[in-house]
Ligand binder design. Structure first.
Ligand code: UTP
Length: 294
C-alpha cells in the first residue's frame, strides 16, 4: 500500500469570526501561549510520519511562510547575545518537514482548497488537517490514528467525534455501520444538517486521510451550503464509487477558529505549562473570587 507522506493544510480562509485581528494576521498564527496554532498542527502531522506539508494559502498569509522559514537576521542578533540554543530551536521549526505553498486564488470553500493542491499531491493518498483545529494526544497523534486505519483498509478515512445533538448543524455529519471499535463504514454524509435531519451525532472534525480519487469527485461536486465547494459533498460523491471509513479520533479537540474555543485552548495549554502554570492558577482563582462576589 502506498505510504501517506504528504499533508494538505488549508489556511486560505478569511477567518471572519476573528476580525479585526484577521484583517492582517492569519488566525492560524494566533498563539497558544508562545507557539502559533499552526505549529501544533504541523507537529501533529510530522509526529505521524508526514514528510511534506502543502499549505493552501491566500492573501495575508505570508506570516505562515515566514514562520516556517529560516530568519538569518534574527539569528545574527541572537548569536551576538549568545543565545545559541534559541537559534537551534528556531531552525528546528523550519527543519520539521518540507514546506510547499500554493495559493487558492478565490476562497470557494474547503473542497476547493483541497482541489487546489491536486497537482502537488499527485497520485497518492494524503492527509488533510484543518489549520484551526488542534487535537491533543501526545501518545497517538490524531492524524496518525487515521493513517493507521488507511493502512488497514486502503480507503479514505474521515476523523469524527461525537457531539451533542443541538450542535450537529455546525458540522458535517456522518452515519454508518460500525465495523471495528470506533471505525465505521460510512453510509451517509451531510454538511451542517438541521437537527431534525441529522442522521447521527457523529461530527466530522478537521482530520482526513484521502485517496487521490477525491479530486475527480470534487471536480464533479456542485456548490453546496453557503455557495461553497464543500469537502463533505465531495466525499459523498466519492462514496458512490468507493467505500469510505470514519474513525472516532481519540484526544482533546480544540476548535480555535471561534472565540470561545480559542479561549478554552489557551486555558488548557497554560495549565500544562510549567513556566506559567502556578502564577496563572493564582490569577484564575482571584478572578473567580471576584466574579463570585459580583
Ligand atoms: P472555516 O470556514 O472554519 O474558516 O474553514 P474561515 O472561512 O477562515 O473562517 P470564518 O468562518 O470566516 O471565521 C475551515 C478551514 O478551511 C480553510 C480555512 O483557512 C480553515 O483552516 N479554508 C476555508 C480554505 O483554505 N479555503 C476556503 O475557501 C475556505
Amino acid at each position: 500500500m502506498p505510504k501517506v507522506r504528504k499533508a494538505v493544510i488549508p489556511v486560505a480562509g478569511f477567518g471572519t469570526r476573528f476580525l479585526p485581528a484577521t484583517k492582517s494576521t492569519p488566525k492560524e498564527m494566533m498563539p497558544l501561549i508562545d507557539k502559533p496554532i499552526i505549529h501544533y498542527i504541523v507537529e501533529e502531522a510530522v509526529n505521524s510520519g508526514i514528510e511534506t506539508i502543502i499549505f493552501v494559502t491566500g492573501r495575508h498569509k505570508r506570516a505562515i511562510e515566514d514562520y516556517f522559514d529560516y530568519y538569518p537576521e534574527l539569528e545574527q542578533v541572537l548569536k551576538k547575545s549568545g543565545k545559541e540554543e534559541e537559534i537551534e530551536k528556531l531552525r528546528q521549526i523550519s527543519n520539521m518537514a518540507e514546506f510547499v505553498y500554493i495559493r487558492q486564488k478565490e476562497q470557494l470553500g474547503l473542497g476547493h482548497a483541497v482541489l487546489t493542491a491536486e497537482r502537488l499531491v499527485g497520485d497518492e493518498p494524503f492527509a488533510v488537517l484543518l489549520g484551526d483545529e488542534v487535537i491533543k494526544n501526545k501518545d497517538y497523534p490524531g492524524i496518525r490514528q487515521l493513517i493507521d486505519v488507511y493502512y488497514q483498509f486502503g480507503k479514505s478515512v474521515i476523523g469524527t467525534m461525537e457531539v451533542p445533538r443541538e450542535d450537529v448543524s455546525k458540522y458535517g455529519i456522518v452515519a454508518g455501520k460500525e465495523v471495528v471499535d470506533g471505525i465505521k463504514l460510512v453510509e451517509k454524509l451531510v454538511e451542517k444538517p438541521p437537527v431534525e435531519e441529522a442522521p447521527s451525532t457523529s461530527a466530522i472534525i478537521g482530520r482526513y486521510v484521502l485517496t487521490p480519487d477525491i479530486f475527480e469527485a470534487l471536480k464533479k461536486t456542485p456548490l453546496g451550503k453557503g455557495g461553497e465547494l464543500q469537502l463533505t459533498d465531495g466525499l459523498a460523491l466519492l462514496r458512490n464509487k468507493e467505500v469510505i471509513y470514519s474513525k472516532d479520533v481519540e484526544g482533546l479537540r480544540h476548535d480555535t477558529g471561534n472565540k470561545i474555543g480559542y479561549l478554552k485552548a489557551i486555558l488548557d495549554f497554560a495549565l500544562e505549562r510549567e513556566d506559567v502554570r502556578e502564577e496563572f492558577i493564582k490569577i484564575l482563582m482571584e478572578k473567580c473570587k471576584e466574579i463570585e462576589k459580583g
